[in-house]
Design a binder for this molecule. Structure first.
Ligand code: HGY
Ligand code: MN
Ligand code: MN
Length: 423
């Protein structure tokens, strides 16, 4: 196994440009003290416009689809060929890092720019997509942009409201979209060759292996829930413990048990948000609302963990006279990356000098999970420092960004060779 050489000067210069572009997009935030950019916001519109400018500079035709995703297209050897789509997402979690999704979009644009002078040799068109809602930060359900493209949109989503009470339908209309036209965002399988996504790993495995790049074998499917523990608000001083139905104590027992239940089952579960009501410092909490995110490499393991969490929670809450409710807000099936497309990712990484790349499944969800419904997908991971993500300390190195760029370009060229040879 050879270890990748550092990228050449031209690639390092391109990688510097990519990192500058990540910094430029990071500055487009709803928050003055961190990065936050959510679906159908003014910040979303701004980064779509910036990405569209870079796409046009690269020689691509651009458009925004009916779901608010930003697209670019480079025709191949002849107009109208099915497209290989490269891309990722531009939305973020609260207080985000600057590379989750963003690095995949700017790298895809750079690859398209590199290929533009050679379009006459391409047996397919190359499209770039910047999805508008991979995280689900604003409306809770995730992958709204890529699910519109996949044609798996659910009309029930239109009435989902954000924290301010604005529904997805209202936000779409305010963004300048027509909810009635959402089906126009759906792409036909026959118009696509496949989808290739470069993304930071968001985990520590590549760093532990001493590798810059990795091949994704599958993507874990997440299930998300809105949970409630219902007790009774009482006076914090005058109410003896025997008379309390403290919703926060019950919720706390459930949260602490998650790690044990997850380790025993082989999945992973997280409470990212929890709110005690009414929230008075001298009031026993009568209600706790919390989020629950559950995933595993295989959907059956994930679902087994959900069942175990629910059983434990109901039993624990009942013992304290508390009610327990769990409402599913998001479910995405895990997907396996396409073997053929993945061979090109392996070839792409080999072109950077790593001829035996690390293969790993993605613990994080990605737009590729949704797009897999209509076309083969494959993913290329780039090492990130200490696996940190969904945090401002998210970091990549210039060399790794350069190697990722070269590998993604080489993967596209390998696929083009395979397709031309097969004709
Ligand atoms: O939650 C995830 O796994 C992804 O970062 N949206
Ligand atoms: Mn993310
Ligand atoms: Mn992401």
């Amino acid at each position: 196994m050879s270890v990748p050489a550092a990228p050449g000067d031209a690639t390092r210069a391109a990688a510097e440009r990519l990192l500058r572009r990540c910094d430029e997009l990071a500055a487009v935030s709803a928050s003055p003290d961190g990065i936050e950019r959510v679906h159908l916001s003014a910040e979303h519109a701004r980064v779509n416009a910036v990405a569209a400018g870079w796409l046009r500079e690269a020689g691509l035709a651009t458009w925004q689809d009916a779901a608010g995703n930003q697209w670019g297209r480079l025709e191949g050897a002849e107009p109208g060929l099915p497209a290989l789509v490269l891309g990722s997402h531009l939305d973020t979690v609260p207080d985000a890092g600057r590379y989750d999704g963003i690095l995949g979009v700017v790298t895809a644009i750079e690859v398209a720019a590199r290929l533009a002078p050679h379009r006459a040799q391409l047996p397919f068109a190359v499209e770039v997509v910047a999805f508008g809602d991979e995280e689900g930060t604003r409306f809770g359900t995730a992958l709204l942009g890529s699910r519109a493209v996949a044609g798996t949109w659910l009309d029930g989503w239109w009435d989902v409201a954000d924290a301010a009470g604005t529904t997805l339908r209202e936000a779409s209309t305010a963004f300048g979209l027509d909810p009635a036209a959402i089906a126009d965002a759906a792409r036909r399988p026959e118009d696509l060759v496949g989808y290739l996504e470069l993304h930071i790993e968001q985990g520590p495995h590549l760093e532990a292996a001493g590798r810059a790049l990795g091949v994704v074998t599958s993507i874990a499917g997440a299930r998300r829930f809105a949970g409630r523990v219902v007790g009774e608000a009482r006076h914090a001083g005058g109410t003896p413990y025997a008379k309390r139905r403290d919703a926060l104590v019950g919720a706390g027992q459930v949260v602490v048990a998650l790690e044990r239940l997850a380790v025993e089952t082989g999945g992973i579960a997280t409470v990212g948000r929890l709110q005690a009501h009414p929230g008075g410092v001298n009031v026993v909490p009568g209600l706790v609302e919390f989020s629950l995110d559950v995933r595993a490499e295989h959907d059956a393991t994930r679902d087994d963990l959900v069942a175990r969490i629910e059983a434990y929670a109901r039993e624990t809450c009942a013992a304290r006279g508390l009610g327990f409710e769990l409402q599913e807000t998001h479910r995405a099936p895990g997907v396996y990356c396409d073997a053929g497309l993945t061979e090109s990712v392996v070839a792409g990484i080999a072109a950077t000098g790593d001829d035996d790349p690390v293969q790993l499944f993605s613990r994080a969800g990605h737009d590729a999970m949704a797009v897999a419904a209509i076309t083969p997908v494959a993913m290329l991971f780039v090492r990130c420092e200490d696996g940190i993500s969904h945090h401002p300390a998210e970091a990549v190195t210039l060399d790794d960004v350069g190697l990722g760029l070269d590998a993604l370009e080489a993967a596209v060229r390998d696929l083009a060779r395979r397709r031309s040879a097969a004709r």
